[in-house]
Design a protein around this ligand. Structure first.
Ligand SMILES: [Zn+2]
Length: 87
């Protein structure tokens, strides 16, 4: 199975947990947590809020280290969702 990187949260996901378009087809740019039925689940989410969220996740989840979260945060501006925001 292909591992994909969500272009919103930077988290790896598979086609089984991929986002869906409005016509219910699979959208492999995003994970299902971020994007469902053709729209972002949290439209008002800013890049800064996402950074805070990832750091909080690292504190709560034992399988995510702070270093991993920080690495991820560094890559966020390269992702499709946040690149578009900067245009
Ligand atoms: Zn995501």
């Amino acid at each position: 199975m292909n591992t994909l990187i969500c272009q919103s949260c930077g988290w790896p996901f598979t086609t089984a947990t991929a986002a869906t378009n409005r016509d219910r087809s699979v959208n492999t740019d995003y994970c299902r947590d971020c994007y469902q039925d053709g729209a972002f689940t949290d439209k008002s989410l800013s890049l800064h809020q996402l950074e805070v969220k990832l750091l909080e996740m690292a504190e709560v989840h034992e399988d995510i280290s702070l270093e991993e979260a920080q690495q991820l945060i560094k890559k966020l501006p390269e992702l499709k969702r946040w690149r578009l925001e900067n245009i």
